[in-house]
Write a protein that binds this ligand. Structure first.
Ligand code: GTR
Length: 434
């Protein structure tokens, strides 16, 4: 088992440190991979209000504690979620009714976030099973290397926005090339998803905000800041908030698409985009299922468990992901009035799935399981079965109630195994409603 390390075995972090105005790389912060060195901690009780009131009924959760927790994450971790834009506009979908050798309807839709053509926009790619009957349930997730990277389908528009250089993926001078087509198809088994009766929708996260620190000068940030005085408040939104906001704009479109069953849309994300999926699901309850794949620190992993990546690593490598207040909690995790089990609880009572990978020790699989488990009392109080596991399950032995969890063998990645479990989970929760 080779743990990912900071920063050497963490190429994206390294790329960031070289490519942008980060503090000079001195000695990396220490990383603990020794279970016996994890000190004991007490998690905040998700069912105890700030004023000491115990949450014993759904109304108090809904009216008091849930908004309180959402506020805590807005204030101390991700920053405040901007309101939906007033003038969001969708270009008419460009449709191929016989894509993928006749297996799918392919739609490409440009979403103008603020209605204006000169301002940032996002290109949504949607595949719908060709022989679907009525509106189709769907999975949506952002991608790291452009829509063209998820499949070799030559009909997918090549993304022209800034992209992290990657020789292997044909990204040269921060732009995708024809060689970039399909380079990430192993993470997006489109035909497999379509064959199970689901549509799949995706957009490039860099269309919303670039994944490097440029002092919030690009993507949606300049538009959001238009009315401000240029200073960054302690709860100003970071990139994870921007990407999550973008997912909601994709949802705005999907609600208008007659081929999509917008009441059955699962949001899925891997790694930093798994953090994003959780934050999107917390803010936008239109996402009926929320799936975190290997999301780690700032995602499903507990901050208070000092194992793998911690706030001291993440806020240094990726200062643009969070709100400014978050970095004040470096090595003060126990003083945070929140922890990530409370983020998972914000999905309740909607089904939520947390997945880990055995070799992904940087993301702390055990911390991800324990967070899912610690969200269970909220799910149970709301009348669902929560996570039916007392111990962390064995490798490749998924457990699923309204909270699902698995740890699969292998490394930090998205595999067919992961997708199959997510589709099983969606089948289980949705079949009687479809
Ligand atoms: C790492 C980062 C993780 C995770 C990962 C990814 O460098 O430390 O928190 O988000 O990147 O997104 O691939």
């Amino acid at each position: 088992m080779t743990p990912r390390r900071f920063p050497a075995a963490c190429p994206l972090a390294t790329a960031f440190l070289i490519g942008a105005s980060a503090p000079a790389a001195v000695a990396p912060p220490p990383t603990n991979y020794d279970e016996s060195k994890v000190s004991s901690y007490t998690l905040p009780d998700p069912l105890m209000c700030m004023d000491g009131t115990r949450v014993a009924d759904p109304a108090t959760w809904r009216g008091k504690r849930r908004p309180e927790i959402l506020e805590l994450f807005s204030k101390y971790e991700y920053g405040r979620m901007p309101a939906p834009p007033v003038g969001v506009r969708f270009d008419p979908p460009r449709i191929d009714p016989a894509a993928l050798g006749g297996k799918a309807i392919r739609k490409q839709i440009r979403i103008h976030f603020f209605g204006q053509s000169g301002e940032p926009s996002m290109d949504l790619l949607v595949y719908i099973p060709k022989n679907h009957v009525g509106p189709t349930p769907a999975f949506i997730g952002l991608n790291f290397y452009g829509n063209h990277s998820i499949h070799s389908d030559p009909g997918i528009d090549l993304n022209t926005n800034w992209m992290r250089d990657n020789k292997e993926f044909g990204v040269v001078n921060n732009r995708a090339t024809e060689t970039s087509r399909g380079v990430r198809s192993s993470r997006w088994p489109v035909e497999r998803i379509l064959a199970r009766g689901y549509a799949v929708a995706t957009a490039y996260y860099g269309d919303i905000a670039p994944d490097f620190f440029d002092d919030f000068k690009s993507g949606v940030f300049p538009v959001w800041q238009k009315s401000g005085d240029g200073t960054r408040a302690s709860d100003a939104p970071g990139a994870i908030t921007a990407w999550a906001w973008g997912l909601s704009r994709a949802m705005d479109y999907l609600q208008t698409d007659p081929d999509i069953d917008a009441k059955h849309i699962a949001v899925m994300g891997h790694s930093r985009l798994g953090k994003t999926a959780l934050w999107a699901g917390a803010n936008d309850e239109r996402f009926a299922i929320v799936i975190s794949n290997d999301s780690g620190c700032g995602g499903a992993d507990l901050h208070r468990r000092d194992f793998g990546e911690q706030i001291r690593h993440i806020t240094r490598a990726f200062p643009h992901w969070f709100c400014p207040a978050f970095s004040t909690y470096v090595d003060r995790e126990s003083e945070l009035p929140l922890d990530q089990h409370m983020l998972i609880a914000l999905m309740a009572p909607r089904p939520v799935y947390v997945a880990s990978a055995e070799q992904d020790r940087w993301a702390d699989p055990k911390g991800e399981f324990l967070a899912a488990k610690a969200a269970d009392p909220v799910y149970r109080m709301l009348g669902t079965d929560g996570l039916p596991a007392t111990e962390m399950p064995a490798i490749n032995a998924p457990v699923a109630g309204t909270i699902g969890y698995h740890i699969r063998d292998g490394k930090h990645d998205v595999t067919d195994y992961d997708w199959d479990r997510y589709m099983d989970f969606a089948d289980r929760h949705w079949h009687q409603n479809r």
